[in-house]
Ligand binder design. Sequence first.
Ligand code: TYD
Ligand code: MG
Length: 453
Amino acid sequence: MAKAKRQYVCQNCGSATYRWQGQCADCGEWNTLVEEAGETVFSAKHDLSKGGRTLVLETLDADSKMPDRMLCGIAEFDRALGGGFVAGSATLIGGDPGIGKSTLLLQAAGRLAKSGKSVVYISGEEAAAQVRLRAQRLGLGDAPVALASATSVRDILATLDRKSADFVVIDSIQTMHSDLIDSAPGTVSQVRASAQELIRYAKDGGAAIVLVGHVTKDGTIAGPRVLEHMVDTVLAFEGERSHQYRILRAVKNRFGGTDEIGVFAMGEEGLGEVSNPSSLFLTDRSRDVPGSVVFPALEGTRPVLVEVQALTVRLASGATPRRAVVGWDSGRLAMVLAVLEARCGLQMGAAEVYLNIAGGYRLTDPAADLAVAAALISAFTERPVPADAIVFGELSLSGEVRQVSHDGLRLREAAKLGFSTGWGPKGMKAVKGISVSGFGRLGELVDLMLGRD
Ligand code: TYD
Ligand code: MG
């Protein structure tokens, strides 16, 4: 016998319990459990081992054709997707409020519509007139985009059924509402049910659907992590709202790699493409200041030079020192500080440490370790790193400097931008236009910076 049971679903991680609790037992968040209509529960006696249909099993070497791709014409967007939108796929794009998700998708929708695709844009957050005004401001007033302001999934699917759309935007999935479920829009079960129906429409009808998702304070797509499992591609739209630059990054991609990014600048006419971002984050750099180091990060196949800034403040003994990081992993900073203290004898334990990646950039490249270490040593000893030097390398806990990928590419780009010195792992190959110094251990870098032999 199947029966429906009430349940309490955590709005942060999606886990369900049958009793209300103040704190979610899975993710530890407080006051996130909300009563929702339960899923149908079958009794344990229900036996799945009988009565099924035998599946046809296939081999891996059979011919299958590559999925159809649709280029939206915004090269940076197509690049982040791994070569355009795939027909019959679902894409989730997440980002902070006001970062430019609606703007980007409206621009993509406009371009696709102008190229002859059938495009539908459904906004659950703004009135159609608002979207139309924005489109006119973006110079897309004449694009044949079919526009509606709606939140009922049933209505949306009924509308889409009569129109064979190639590209559908749902802005946002948290405002969508399925009348099969009696909880409020934005709750885990609503979002999951609405997304499931919309994704099914895309898979059956061969449209590419894009769902906009809001993001919580800690950077995950709000409420349901489950949504990330349901879609084919998850894109994150990042950047500081106060800065002009935005980065579109694939977090998951069933049809391509996740290592390419798209770089945009928000301007008067919407999001402009930045096709050569390598020196973007270096503008306004102050030279010969202790604690500032340039690091050649790698985004997919493109090098991006970023400035790492460190500040250390020595405290009177007794107080607990503060460690704050913007744009890098705080666990990784603790590791570099520990290696500096234990392997190189720098007494940083009692100092406050602040680390910032300039320009609102987020570093994920492990080769940043040595650049961070150099910035910390420089800040702590008040000796600037030469302004024409770049630093990269991965650190191990023993204080060894490890080889990193694509050292040649990083050095060549730095040379192109006028840097003449490269500090990195021992054994990297020299490149024309830049002199390289290799370090086997972090201690050798400390000796060099302190002028010790
Ligand atoms: P929006 O796309 O509405 O953000 P999201 O959908 O992610 O919440 O972008 C809103 C911000 O972008 C808004 O604060 C104004 C800015 N903006 C520009 O600077 N120039 C423009 O041409 C547009 C359309 C928006
Ligand atoms: Mg929006």
